[in-house]
Design a protein around this ligand. Structure first.
Ligand SMILES: Nc1nc2c(ncn2[C@@H]2O[C@H](COP(=O)(O)OP(=O)(O)O)[C@@H](O)[C@H]2O)c(=O)[nH]1
Ligand SMILES: [Mg+2]
Length: 489
């Protein structure tokens, strides 16, 4: 493989940074924990619950160091990276506990530092610094672009857009594409239109009825301060994978901008954030994929494989032995498990495990431990048995959010109801088969779908005097044990 000067300079910079970080952590052990997942996967809620559980002391029986009393205190420290916004912990917590509202949606990177004072098994007192970095999974799914030419990316994106249900959503983009000759003279208006239609198509794939996951380039859907810039204004063209673009052609213009996207967006993310992580949790909203149906699950599978490839890219594609990305533990977590009766939690985990195992086998990531868990960072429901005719149905009790609809009833956001969301099938293959063995919203109306998930409000918590109430959760402690338990030995 040939490397450009650019990559070598980058590499040198990365190694210098790693050495600095390393020297630092020798005296003051630090773990940089990346928390990622597509938009709405549950990152903000997860971090808020995790920090609250550490600072306040949550009910975490499986998180050994806390459960056995070896953690003395955990406190917030000033955010260390000057160019990264601080994770707005206090506000998110107030939303959850006082207002019973989920935190507002965020779409940028943010960071928070915790210092954890603990006692080692041998009795020595130590402090572990935990830096938690919240970043969009959409950015992670951009990393594979580093290894693709514009022509390769075009061919892949167009092929994907011709599969169902994407093809239906891409109809307008396809119609425009058919009018374009890649060899014609470059033209800003043509490019703007193509980029807009391509972005519209990506956006409609995110609709809850389709819940597609694999949608690079990620910044097309969350442009931030780059909105409207040339680096975000391009689209795939029907060009041969090994062809070369004539000077001043539409093709050459698109290719230049694609390369600019890699320079301006993807490489800086890799250098400044991804390459510095030690541990990673990837949050997956698998229930939304069930809600939509088998196509969404297959798409999710492809996205998870793409994510795992990123860790491999980190290891081998980006050059020499000097620099080794440090991530040695990766946890895939299916979030919002409180939408299921606990009888289905193991099935949810099994679905994720099956998907991840396939991807692990393919991507040959060496040296990193991978695990999966089904969790709810904040448990919004309780369980109950509800009598229906002669049967007792395992149900969940919760307060549906204002405006949610089920069985023709619209909820007011105050009334608690018992619902039966539907069981996940014991035969996992049913979930993935496209023959309507398991119907989601893509194929059926809401009341005909086999699994339907309602949005609940955060739980009502009893305050005990002035003490802050603990947030109920499902298996959050197991996630913590896997992610940092070994660093608190
Ligand atoms: N019931 C329940 N809902 C959750 C949980 N975590 C997230 N959610 C829902 O998912 C939405 C998105 O979560 P958020 O943390 O903002 O996702 P982000 O975009 O990945 O940061 C929230 O507004 C909640 O409706 C959870 O543990 N339980
Ligand atoms: Mg967020």
């Amino acid at each position: 493989m040939a490397f450009s000067i650019n990559d070598i300079v980058e590499e040198a910079r990365l190694s210098a940074r790693s050495l600095l970080d390393y020297g630092d952590s020798f005296f003051n052990p630090t773990v940089r924990l990346g928390v990622t997942g597509l938009s709405r996967a549950g990152k903000t809620v997860f971090i808020t619950a995790l920090v609250h559980g550490l600072v306040r002391g949550g009910r975490f029986p499986v998180f050994e160091s806390l459960a056995t009393g070896r953690i003395a205190t955990a406190r917030l420290e000033p955010q260390p990276d000057d160019a990264v916004p601080r994770f707005d912990y206090e506000n998110h917590l107030r939303n959850l506990i006082d207002d019973r509202r989920w935190p507002n949606s965020t779409s940028d990177i943010s960071e928070l530092r915790l210092a954890i004072d603990y006692q080692r098994h041998n009795g020595a007192d130590r402090t572990l610094t935990l830096d938690i970095v919240d970043y969009p999974g959409e950015w992670l799914l951009d990393l594979p672009l580093l290894g693709k030419t514009y022509e390769q990316w075009s061919a892949e994106s167009i092929a994907l857009s011709r599969q169902q249900p994407r093809a239906r959503l891409a109809a307008e983009f396809h119609a425009h594409l058919a009018t374009l000759d890649p060899n014609e003279r470059e033209n800003e208006q043509t490019t703007l239109k193509a980029a807009k239609l391509f972005t519209d198509y990506l956006r409609s794939c995110r609709d809850e009825r389709f819940a597609m996951s694999l949608l690079p380039p990620g910044r097309f859907l969350m442009p931030g301060n780059l909105a409207g810039s040339p680096a975000l204004t391009f689209a795939p063209l029907d060009v041969p994978a090994d062809g070369s673009a004539p000077d001043a052609s539409l093709w050459a213009m698109m290719r230049r901008r694609y390369e600019a996207y890699k320079d301006v967006v993807v490489r800086p993310f890799f250098r400044d954030h991804f390459s510095r992580l030690d541990r990673q949790i990837v949050l997956v909203d698998a229930l939304s994929a069930f809600n939509a149906g088998p196509e969404a699950l297959h798409d999710l599978e492809a996205a998870l494989a793409g994510i795992l490839d990123c860790f491999r890219i980190g290891r081998s594609t980006l050059l020499s032995a000097l620099f080794r990305p440090r991530i040695d533990r990766i946890l895939f977590a299916a979030t919002k498990a409180d939408h299921l009766h606990h009888l289905s939690h193991d099935r949810l985990e099994a679905v994720l495990r099956r998907t991840v195992d396939k991807a692990v086998a393919r991507s040959e990531i060496a040296g990193a431990a991978v695990d999966v868990v089904a969790l709810a960072a904040v448990r919004a429901t309780r369980e109950a048995q509800v009598q229906r005719g002669r049967d007792k149905l395992p149900s969940i009790l919760g307060t549906p959010a204002l405006g949610e609809v089920a069985d023709g009833q619209t909820f007011d956001g105050e009334t608690e109801v018992a619902t039966f969301p539907g069981d996940l099938p014991t035969d996992l293959d049913e979930l993935f088969r496209g023959d309507a063995a398991f119907r989601g919203l893509t194929a059926a109306a809401a009341d005909k779908a086999d699994y339907r998930f309602l949005k609940f409000r955060p739980p009502r918590l009893e305050r005990n005097g002035t003490e802050e109430p603990a947030l109920p959760h499902i298996r959050l402690d197991r996630a913590l044990q896997f992610l940092i338990g070994d660093r608190l030995q």
